[in-house]
Write a protein that binds this ligand. Structure first.
Ligand code: FAD
Ligand code: UDP
Length: 367
């Protein structure tokens, strides 16, 4: 077998690069994907009960970048979807991100406007400077009580580290709202592909110049494929046979359960923030897709340190190890790294598409 570009991974980064190289550069691409499907972690499908689910946990597209929306709109129509999350704490549901309502309910008070919320938080927050970790960033805005209740144990369950041992960028993803806005995101574009992500990926990859090899680890077959350039979107430490040691990634077990109920929970996602509950999030997919059915499927997320990498674990030690792998990669001619696992970055989907489009530009500039 022979191609110009060999790409490892058929997630967003691999698929967008394949599309650009095939359609724009008019070069041949072979993609090797170890799973038996395309789409990476964004893969969605109907389950055995006829409910449309996201196989690797809820994927909500949100961005302020119109260029990314325009690019993806070549491959899908969209529907508007504004995500909402409730935290379940000590038997009650509260809006997340923490907003005026959350604070009023926790403290049994009646703050009426943003000024009152800001003044209240100014009293309870604990000033931290400099902000060195995920505890500092939350306690500095919300104080210890809200931090412990909504962030400390959820984060520990999710990462197996307390927030004090994680980069501020982890919990810093969650804003504080001084008003009653209970949407999870405030981006300009909050949309989902009309027929799902998998169908969108099928269109992205629909080109005779793109060949797909599914169900194979690249290491087993790479020697039989003659290629000029290699684009790698898998875990970088695996690429180098863990020569500097294993780079930690957090894994998750998604346990799906179908209930013979119209509705299972009061929101599309419920975050279980108490330490006693072994799972983190419960996602009810019908509430994301709007599907009508008399049964409903819910996924429960059990984070673990298993083999399938989902999240880079961001802290200084791990990032330093990543840097060693990255400089090793720079020594390899014609090797291009892109994506969440290869770049060890906590990219959202829109950021990964932007990253792939940027990588494509650097490729064409260097040819
Ligand atoms: P991936 O999708 O991981 O693709 C990499 C591909 O490489 C995989 O298909 C993998 O099987 C393949 N691969 C790896 N190793 C090998 C190998 N040795 N040989 C062959 N193939 C290999 N983003 C959002 O914007 N909104 C969300 O709501 C959101 N929710 C998320 C929820 C969860 C639980 C997770 C884990 C992520 C979420 N994300 C979300 C992030 C989103 O999934 C990523 O930004 C995106 O999938 C990254 O694309 P990628 O191509 O870099 O990586
Ligand atoms: N987080 C938390 N409590 C919450 C929501 C989030 O402690 O109710 C923390 C947790 O560490 C999580 C991080 O904030 O991993 C980022 O949350 P986000 O919802 O962005 O996680 P993702 O969707 O990327 O899994």
């Amino acid at each position: 077998m022979k191609c110009d570009f060999l790409i490892v991974g058929a997630g967003f980064s691999g698929s967008v690069l394949a599309e650009r190289i095939a359609n724009d550069l008019k070069k041949d691409v072979i993609i090797i994907e170890k799973r038996n499907h395309i789409g990476g972690n964004c893969y969605d499908e109907f389950d055995e009960h006829g409910i449309f689910i996201h196989r690797y946990g809820p994927h909500l597209f949100h961005t302020n970048n119109k260029e990314i929306v325009d690019y993806l709109s070549q491959f899908t129509n969209w529907y508007e979807y504004q995500h909402r999350v409730l935290a379940y704490s000590k038997g009650e549901y509260y809006p997340i991100p923490i907003n005026k309502e959350t604070i009023n309910r926790v403290y049994k008070i009646n703050l009426r406007n943003e000024e009152e919320v800001k003044a209240f938080l100014d009293n309870i927050r604990e000033k931290r400077f400099p902000i060195k970790n995920s505890e500092d960033i939350i306690v500095n805005q919300l104080g210890l009580e809200l931090f412990e209740r909504f962030f400390k144990y959820f984060t520990y369950k999710q990462w197996n580290y307390y927030p004090q041992d994680l980069s501020p960028s982890v919990c810093g993803r969650i804003p504080v709202r001084y008003d009653s806005d209970d949407r999870y995101f405030q981006d300009k574009f909050q949309i989902l592909p009309e027929d799902g992500f998998t169908k969108m990926f099928e269109k992205i990859l629909n080109n005779n110049r793109i060949s797909l090899i599914l169900g194979h680890d690249f290491k087993k077959i790479i020697n039989s494929i003659n290629h000029k350039y290699l684009i790698y979107t898998g875990p970088i430490d695996y690429f180098f046979d863990y020569k500097f040691g294993k780079l930690p990634y957090r894994s998750i077990e998604f346990r799906f359960q179908n209930f013979k109920l119209e509705s299972y929970q009061p929101a599309p996602v419920v975050n279980y923030v108490d330490k006693e509950v072994p799972y983190t999030r419960a996602t009810e997919y019908k509430k994301i897709t709007g599907q009508k059915s008399n049964s409903t499927t819910v996924s429960f997320e059990y984070p673990n340190s298993g083999e399938e990498p989902y999240y880079p674990i961001l802290n200084d030690v791990n990032f330093a190890l990543f840097k060693k792998y990255e400089s090793e990669a720079k020594k390899c001619r014609n090797l291009i790294l892109c994506g969440r696992l290869a770049e060890y970055r906590y990219y959202n989907m829109d950021q990964v598409v932007a990253r792939a489009l940027h990588t494509y530009k650097t490729i064409i500039n260097h040819l």
